[in-house]
Design a protein around this ligand. Structure first.
Ligand SMILES: *Cc1c(COP(=O)(O)O)cnc(C)c1O
Length: 362
């Protein structure tokens, strides 16, 4: 059945080998592989769980982690919750997660209470915001950071395993030697001030891996958390392909349900489209228009590229996408399959849609 997403597990393995080798062998970092981009697809998780160079399997959603917690632990990988926990999920975090990223002392207190209740120690990383302005204690609020550490160290059922930063997500700030050095500096000052040792200094996500190749990852950063680098081979700092990886791990297939010659300009008074937007049309005269049976409910039109480069995506609504096939060398007909390469946004919507089948290449 279509629409269908083809997940090439061989290519994912190739990417995993490449990014794990760079991160571990060249960067001297422990490796967290992030599963949220494919909604923790279990065939993918199995690859990760069996990989000798992976240390942690991470996701931002506890629902995903619950599905693979056993598989991860059986293979000696630790599970990591990336999004700072909700108060309402503290119980599940302590149960299914070996290490959580945190930035709120009220939440850490709840984690401590819950861990105490079940008689265990919960590991956390304290997130520090170096300017991207998503999660983390703001680096200029030093008193807040040191006060938090002081309180955390008094908690009997919390282990402060380290510190971390996230960049290039909201503010699109690129990790560099100078901003990541601030994180190392915080780690050193925390260690000196409280006479402790931090195991982990987590220097960011796929946008940090390029620093290893340039020899600019600051000494002291000893962990990276990689999602897109693994899934699509992207260095997300400068949109380069990471050496040894491929970007064609995923292919979306959709079927043509209508193919007709029609004008390029709609006829009648123009109002707003299905999504409340006022559309703009260019008059290209008569054109060959194909409708494929997939829509904005299932995918992101801006994050999918037709493999046939003569196809133009014109637009779409919830359940339809309209393609301009006028200039194609191939004679498309109703029932034909059109293939697309996916970007991060397209991949995310595709795997989240229950209307898209999955097929695996092994
Ligand atoms: C999603 C996420 C990652 C992985 O990001 P990529 O850009 O896909 O590597 C890492 N850390 C945190 C906190 C995240 O939320």
């Amino acid at each position: 059945m279509y629409p269908k997403m083809i997940i090439d597990l061989k290519k994912l393995k190739q990417n995993l080998d490449a990014v794990a080798t760079i991160t571990k062998d060249e960067g001297n970092c422990s490796v967290m592989i992030v599963t949220k981009g494919l909604c923790a697809d279990l065939n993918m998780v199995e690859l990760i769980a069996k990989h000798p160079k992976v240390d942690f399997i991470a996701d931002s959603r506890i629902v995903n982690i619950k599905t693979y917690c056993d598989m991860a632990r059986k293979n000696n990988k630790k599970t990591v919750l990336l999004r700072v926990p909700m108060h309402c999920e503290v119980e599940e975090v302590v149960r299914y997660v070996d290490l959580s990223l945190n930035s709120e002392i009220s939440t850490i207190r709840l984690l401590n209470e819950e861990a105490k209740k079940v008689g265990m120690k919960h590991n956390i990383l304290l997130m520090i915001d170096l300017g991207d302005l998503r999660e983390g204690m703001f680096f200029k609020d030093e008193d807040m950071i040191f006060d938090a550490v002081k309180e955390i160290l008094k908690m009997k059922n919390i282990n402060l395993q380290g510190v971390g930063v996230n960049l290039t997500c909201y503010g699109a700030i690129i990790p560099k030697n100078d901003n990541l050095s601030l994180l190392v500096d915080f780690a050193n000052r925390i260690e000196d001030k409280f006479d402790i040792k931090l195991d982990i200094v987590s220097g960011g996500n796929s946008s940090s891996i390029y620093l290893i190749g340039k020899g600019e990852l600051p000494k002291g950063i000893n962990n990276l958390r990689l999602g897109e680098a693994f899934l699509l081979g992207n260095d997300t700092a400068y949109e380069n392909q990471i050496p040894g990886t491929t970007s064609s791990t995923l292919t979306l297939q959709a079927q043509i349900v209508e193919l007709k010659e029609k004008p390029s300009l709609p006829i009648g008074e123009v109002g707003v489209d299905a999504f409340g937007q006022k559309p703009y049309y260019e008059d290209k005269g008569l054109m060959k228009r194909a409708i494929i049976a997939i829509g904005k409910q299932d995918t992101d039109l801006d994050s999918m590229t037709p493999l046939d480069s003569d196809i133009d995506i014109m637009g779409g609504s919830s359940d339809h996408i309209i393609l301009d096939v006028t200039n194609c060398k191939k004679e498309y007909k109703v029932g034909d399959i059109v293939e697309f390469k996916l970007g991060y946004g397209g991949m995310l919507k595709n795997v989240t849609s229950k209307y898209i089948e999955r097929e695996y290449i092994r």
